[in-house]
Design a protein around this ligand. Structure first.
Ligand SMILES: Nc1ncnc2c1ncn2[C@@H]1O[C@H](COP(=O)(O)OP(=O)(O)OP(=O)(O)O)[C@@H](O)[C@H]1O
Length: 384
């Protein structure tokens, strides 16, 4: 449905010049590569997320798809139609934003305050050119259908500003959906809402996306949101896509330390591959050996980092050595009750390892414990 190829977008930027003493002595102009040669494809019906820290180029990518930025080079195709192609072998193409026919929802709700809920949703159809504009009856039917999907039909006659934050964001979505776009672009649509509402709307969006099968590109810096909502995630850093995959794949098998750190919490232990048998690796670390399963191709002798999610670490008072492959001994340094889980930080040699487990298991600081690390849940990542 969406195909992005070798997209590049740079801006004129400035860098502060500093004297030897560290003082500000002026500015140098430089090109800032917000998007630096990225390519990806989004299948029909997918919710594809661009995830990454502030400034990594997510919004610039989305704005380029929308036609709000003119890329330096690359191509953008939606449903087989070229929306952008830089001058190259063929003729350059740059379809104006209002002719791309895409749905857009941004962080700020951008609803029209002087209109009712009904008129807000009807407007994108009413302003269509004669010949493309549906009749009054059809507009009414379509608006009611969309409002009902968004559970806003009881508010059709209400002034748009007299809706709650969550309802206003649903209205913004309804307005984007009314044109039945082939592609929906969403830029942090939930970030202005409070935590509870954000969570419930997250599930609602997921349901809606699945029921309607709308192909969407979603921008967020919130990793939980990305994991909950997406069918595929592209993790971005400094204008590049560093990893692309299903949410579970990215969480369980991050391909670099940046991804492992950005998506959730991880313990990192440096070591060296000392043996390999198919996908089973043995890694020597300062605090003992670790056995783990990985599809990474790393020969013996490679310096690596083992990424260990806190929930992959089981803490126990008694040993099960001999039964399980990775058991280390340590001492509880701190513990924290989180409601649905308990975190223990355990000192093992030079390392502090965070473990997250069942709230029924809560062990006092100072206690000697056994840590068991599930080989299937440890990830091997290359040294950056
Ligand atoms: N109009 C502009 N002029 C100059 N630099 C820009 C412009 N727009 C974006 N940039 C720069 O491009 C880089 C990427 O910006 P972008 O807004 O795409 O990042 P982002 O990942 O969406 O960040 P955020 O989550 O903070 O919105 C940043 O370094 C930003 O400062």
């Amino acid at each position: 449905m969406l195909r992005i190829k070798n997209l590049v977008k740079s801006f004129d930027g400035e860098r502060r010049r500093r004297s030897r003493a560290g003082g500000d002595t002026g500015r140098d102009r430089e090109r800032v590569y917000a998007v630096n040669d990225i390519s990806f494809e989004v299948e029909d019906g997918e919710l594809f997320t661009l995830l990454g820290p502030s400034g990594c180029g997510k919004t610039t990518t989305l704005r380029s798809i929308a036609g709000l930025e003119r890329p330096d080079s690359g191509t953008i195709e939606v449903g087989g139609r070229t929306l952008f192609a830089a001058a190259g072998r063929g003729r350059p193409v740059n379809v104006p934003a209002n002719e791309r026919g895409l749905g857009m929802v941004f962080q700020s709700y951008a609803i029209w305050p002087h209109m009712t809920v009904f008129d807000n949703v009807a407007f994108p159809l009413q302003v269509r050119r004669r010949g493309q504009r549906p009749g009054k009856k059809e507009i009414g039917e379509r608006v009611h259908r969309v409002l009902s999907t968004m559970e806003l039909d009881d508010y059709a006659d209400r002034q748009a500003t007299k809706l709650s934050g969550g309802q206003q964001q649903r209205l913004a979505l309804a307005r984007a959906l009314i044109i039945e776009p082939p592609l929906l672009l969403l830029d942090e649509p939930l970030s202005n809402l409070d935590a509870k509402l954000r969570e419930s709307l997250r599930y609602e969006l997921k349901r809606l996306q699945r029921d309607l099968g709308i192909t969407s590109v979603y921008v967020t810096h919130d990793q939980t949101e990305a994991l909950v909502l997406s069918t595929s995630v592209a993790v971005m850093r400094h204008g590049d896509v560093v990893q692309l995959g299903r949410p579970r794949e990215i969480y369980e098998n991050p391909n670099c330390r940046f991804v492992a750190e950005f998506i959730g919490t991880s313990n990192f232990i440096a070591g060296e591959v000392v043996a390999r048998d198919g996908e089973r690796y043995t890694v020597k670390t300062d605090d003992g050996q670790l056995v783990l399963d990985s599809s990474a191709a790393m020969p013996t002798g490679t310096e690596v980092v083992v990424s260990i999610r806190p929930e992959a670490v089981e803490v126990g008072r008694t040993s099960r050595a001999g039964e399980v492959p990775n058991e280390w001994t340590g001492k509880v340094l701190t513990r924290a009750f989180l409601g649905e889980a308990v975190d223990h930080v355990v000192g093992v040699g030079r390392h502090e390892i965070r473990a997250r487990g069942n709230p029924d298991v809560s062990i006092a600081p100072g206690t000697e414990v056994y840590l068991r690390l599930d080989p299937a849940k440890l990830a091997l990542v290359p040294v950056d």
